[in-house]
Design a protein around this ligand. Structure first.
Ligand code: AMP
Ligand code: MG
Length: 420
């Protein structure tokens, strides 16, 4: 939970009606500075721990692999006893399987038939792969020259040595991590509990699916795009529906959201219109930091705290909701969940067309990344970039990042892109 929330208001030189704009980077770092990560833990079986955040470090209790073993099917022998310039015949004195080691001791002129994963028998440190040999009788094999002592052998502990730190707390467990933990014989892990996130839409014009649209009404889409983005982050989510633009109704919704969640997200009602009550409600019930951020889309953002919960009042326009979520809420949620400062991947791609932009605001245009026949990453826009054009988000696979100073892009320029 977030007991000690402190954040500064917009810069003090601001006048009340038009606070000076915050940059995207400033807003993000102020938000992260005010988040206290979840500390409650729970123990989970390995399969249930996928995508959960590890709460303890994992130190390996064993070597992996546990024994020096063969990386190939072939014949094991001593590296001092390999064929020199011509093929040489050896006596095969036994067979070693992955599940059934060979107890024999290999002397000069001898070898042991060995399968992948079988522990190296006594007297051997080298494996000649089967394709480099030819059987020459029941218990005889001829090996070709050109072998290297020590080849085709996996050393005990070469992947993980006993006592090594394998995974750090704060790590979101991947499928590979589940594999590693099971290779250590660890069947249960301690993880942080999932953050709880409550969200609702605000607006008298919003209708839920199944309701009739009257003139001026729109279906509520933000709750669905928010649900999708939250679900991908593996959280406990509470969908509180649509709340009308009525101060009392908002007040009730704010209070019930704050009582159940670590983080509350609303959309709509944060501009300066007659029916925009989110800011005033947050001001009355919690602590407010109302920001105008120098970005497009998504300029107004209400951020603050509501009881013990963090609060994000996102703008109403469907693209602005997704952009502000991905730029501000997602880093906050990841920090809340793990205590780790996460940064999205940013790569460079070559513009296939010019892009108009004036210096001033940071623009998150929607783009489509592809590659040319020679493998160069190419970036093109999705067309109309209005903050109500939700199809631009659906068609996009990345943001085109045009920072405050950017004064437009020419075809062929290398520019920053944030893949989704
Ligand atoms: P607002 O910030 O409340 O003035 O909303 C800005 C624009 O976004 C208006 O055109 C709203 O109708 C639209 N809008 C707000 N919330 C939603 C929503 N949940 N789903 C779809 N459109 C919305
Ligand atoms: Mg509204």
């Amino acid at each position: 939970m977030n007991s000690k929330i402190s954040f500064r208001a917009a810069p003090s030189c601001a006048d009340d009606s038009e606070p000076s704009l915050l940059t995207v980077v400033q807003a993000r770092s102020r938000i992260l500075d005010s988040v206290t990560p979840v500390t409650e833990r729970q123990r989970l079986f390995l399969r249930d721990a996928l995508d959960r955040v590890l709460a303890t470090e994992i130190v390996s209790p064993i070597n992996v692999p546990g024994h020096t073993n063969s990386a190939m099917d072939g014949y094991a022998l001593s590296g001092n006893d390999l064929p020199e310039s011509i093929p040489r015949e050896y006596r095969v004195i036994g067979t070693a399987y992955a599940g059934a080691p060979c107890e024999g001791i290999c002397e000069s002129g001898e070898c042991i038939r060995i399968m992948t994963g079988a522990p190296m028998p006594a007297g051997t440190d080298t494996v000649v792969m089967q394709e480099q040999t030819k059987a020459s009788g029941d218990a005889q094999v001829v090996m070709l020259p050109g072998q290297r002592p020590g080849q085709n052998v996996r050393q005990a502990g070469e992947d993980i040595a006993a006592g090594n730190r394998v995974l750090e707390p704060g790590r979101r467990l991947t499928p590979a991590d589940l594999g590693i933990l099971s290779s250590l014989g660890i069947g249960e892990v301690s993880v942080y509990r999932r953050p709880r996130v409550a969200f609702f839409s605000t607006g008298d014009e919003l209708r839920s699916i199944g309701e009739t649209l009257n003139k001026g009404d729109v279906y509520d889409s933000n709750r669905y795009s928010l649900y999708g983005m939250l679900k991908r982050l593996d959280l406990d989510v509470f969908d509180l529906g649509v709340i009308p633009d009525k101060p009392e109704a908002l007040r009730d919704a704010f209070q019930s959201a704050a009582s159940m969640a670590d983080l509350v997200i609303t959309s709509g009602g944060v501009s300066v219109g007659e029916a925009d009550y989110v800011k005033a409600t947050l001001d009355a019930l919690g602590q407010i930091g109302f920001w105008k951020i120098s970005m497009k889309p998504g300029r107004p953002l209400a951020y603050g705290s509501l009881g013990k919960a963090l609060f994000f009042g996102l703008p109403g326009n469907p693209v602005a909701v997704m952009v502000t979520f991905m730029q501000f809420v997602e880093p906050a949620i990841r920090y809340l969940a793990s205590g780790q400062r996460w940064q999205p991947l940013v790569i460079k791609a070559r513009a296939t067309e010019s892009i108009r932009k004036r210096p001033g605001r940071y623009e998150f245009q929607r783009g489509i990344l592809s590659h040319s026949s020679d493998g160069t990453l190419l970036i093109s826009g999705t067309g109309q970039q209005g903050s109500g054009i939700l199809t631009s988000m659906s068609r996009a696979n990345c943001f085109i990042l045009l920072d405050e100073q950017n004064a437009g892009v020419s075809e062929g320029d290398l520019i920053d892109v944030q893949p989704f």
